[in-house]
Design a protein around this ligand. Structure first.
Ligand SMILES: [Zn+2]
Ligand SMILES: [Zn+2]
Ligand SMILES: [Zn+2]
Length: 128
């Protein structure tokens, strides 16, 4: 793994939620890194291909990334406002996905479920 990719991974680990390539680029530059935006994009792409990071699309269609705490299959509860993410399990979803696949004769069924909303902190700020 290159040191640049390591730096991007590090920045992602320090972030508490999902970050876009632009966000991470800004974080790294703020820390004095000379990394280029293209390098950040490439590192994120490589890490999402290898499953090291989670990637999802925001409502605006922007790709955002996060270094996951666990390698095990899980879902995310994501704040639309600050990008904070909580890793959650969904046993009901797992059962449903498997049975709906089986009903249609599908095997090797996988799924991605991300739940978006406004976190408690952000809704408190919205009311203040
Ligand atoms: Zn995750
Ligand atoms: Zn929030
Ligand atoms: Zn699942």
């Amino acid at each position: 793994m290159s040191t640049r990719r390591e730096a991007v991974k590090q920045a992602l680990n320090e972030a508490s939620g999902f970050r876009s390539a632009q966000d991470l680029y800004a974080d790294l530059r703020a820390e004095g890194s000379k990394i280029g935006l293209t390098t950040v994009y490439r590192a994120l792409q490589a890490m999402s291909d290898s499953g090291e990071v989670d990637v999802l699309r925001t409502d605006e269609g922007e790709a955002v990334y996060r270094a996951c705490v666990t390698d095990a299959h899980h879902h995310h509860l994501v704040c639309r406002t600050c990008g904070r993410a909580v890793e959650v399990e969904g046993p009901t979803v797992e059962k449903w996905a498997e049975s709906v696949g089986a009903q249609h004769g599908f095997t090797d069924v996988t799924h991605t479920v991300e739940v978006f909303g406004t976190c408690a902190d952000c809704s408190a700020r919205g009311r203040a």
